[in-house]
Design a protein around this ligand. Structure first.
Ligand SMILES: *Cc1c(COP(=O)(O)O)cnc(C)c1O
Length: 344
């Protein structure tokens, strides 16, 4: 509700309901700058409109970025310095580990990776930053953000949660004590698989200012057109999530225990599921043969899509399929998937 009307509440008679796509590098700026609209790398009205909608969802200050990885980079730039250690999930989004292990390692920043399930018992005392992802992607294991935030606070670590898989409508890490969230809005937030986007949200003013400065000086402001697409997508976020989560629950109820699948993993919330088949070839046949499944990486779009994560080197079995459940009519989707399972 607050998100839907974040823009409409501000409008005057004659203003457009959708945010204008403002493509400009320059603004009129004579004499002593007396406006925040100085240069396109600093600020853009379309980006601001999208940030306002996301801010209403997060109930926290938000900075938008051109991709989830750009948001993750900003979050780390705002929190780590040379000599620091970062704890990350070994079963979480792998590019975050690549950024830390292959690039930030050259700047004397170190990572340790442990399974999400091991976070609860981990000793956090040596970490500047604890990075959590729950449910983890693609493993779909869980950890308690509240317990982790208490442990992080006690040991002086900053807790950052990658909240991509659930979005602020399904999980609110800042309310559970996290210092910052990052999100790839390429996924469910934008929701139509037609643009890349990301954001951070934090109620910590110092962290916000550092991330803001990073965006400005690194030039990672998002494109106005992508911002427009995300704004448009956000207007139906709740509806899409309702259908996607209901579809995922219906599928989990129907196919759990099916003879063609070794294991069905569904954390009971969200729209991402893990299906384990007995081999790579059966998993590939399932993805290719089912007319209701679009074979692709990524998740959170309106189309149900799937991929074998082992093809990227994730620590999962060769027959593990990550299924991103979409907005198709529930009965038709369940029937199509069941019919394909019967042929395997
Ligand atoms: C996709 C994803 C990212 C990266 O986002 P991009 O928009 O592709 O850069 C980060 N974290 C998680 C959990 C993701 O699924």
């Amino acid at each position: 509700m607050a998100m839907l009307h974040a823009r409409t509440g501000q409008l005057e008679n004659g203003d457009p309901i959708s945010p204008p796509i403002v493509t400009t590098a320059k603004y009129k700026l004579s004499g002593t700058p007396d406006t925040p609209y100085t240069y396109g790398r600093d600020i853009n009205p379309t980006v601001e409109a999208t940030e306002a909608a996301i801010r209403a969802l997060e109930q926290a200050p938000v900075i938008a970025f051109p991709s989830g990885m750009a948001a993750i980079t900003a979050a780390l730039m705002a929190t780590v310095k040379a000599g620091d250690r970062v704890l990350v999930p070994s079963d979480g989004y792998y590019v975050t580990r690549v950024l830390l292990g292959d690039i930030l390692s050259d700047h004397d920043i170190h990572l340790d990776a442990i399974p999400t399930k091991a976070f609860a018992a981990a000793d956090l005392s040596s970490y500047a930053v604890v990075w959590a992802e729950t449910p983890s992607n693609p493993g779909l294991d869980l950890c308690s953000i509240r317990s982790l935030s208490e442990a992080a606070k006690a040991s002086g670590a900053t807790l950052i949660v990658d909240n991509t898989t659930l979005t602020p409508l399904l999980q609110r890490p800042l309310d559970l004590g996290a210092d910052m969230i990052v999100s790839s809005d390429t996924k469910a937030m934008a929701g139509h698989s037609d643009c890349l986007y990301g954001h951070i949200a934090t109620r910590d003013e110092a962290l916000f200012q550092k991330a803001w400065k990073w965006r400005k000086v690194s030039g990672s402001i998002p494109d106005p057109f992508a911002s427009f697409l995300v704004h448009r997508g956000l207007m139906t976020l709740e509806l899409r999530l309702q259908r996607m989560c209901a579809n995922a629950q219906a599928l989990a109820d129907t196919i759990d225990g099916h003879a063609a699948i070794e294991a069905v993993k569904y954390p009971g919330v969200g729209f991402v599921m893990g299906l384990t088949f007995s081999s790579e070839s059966i998993a590939e046949r399932f993805i290719e043969d089912c007319p209701a499944i679009f074979a692709s990486t990524s998740f959170g779009g309106v189309h149900t899509s799937a991929e074998r994560r082992a093809r990227w080197g994730d620590e999962v079995s060769d027959g593990f399929v990550r299924l991103s459940v979409g907005c198709e009519p529930t009965d038709a989707l369940v029937a199509a998937i069941e019919a394909t399972l019967e042929t395997l």
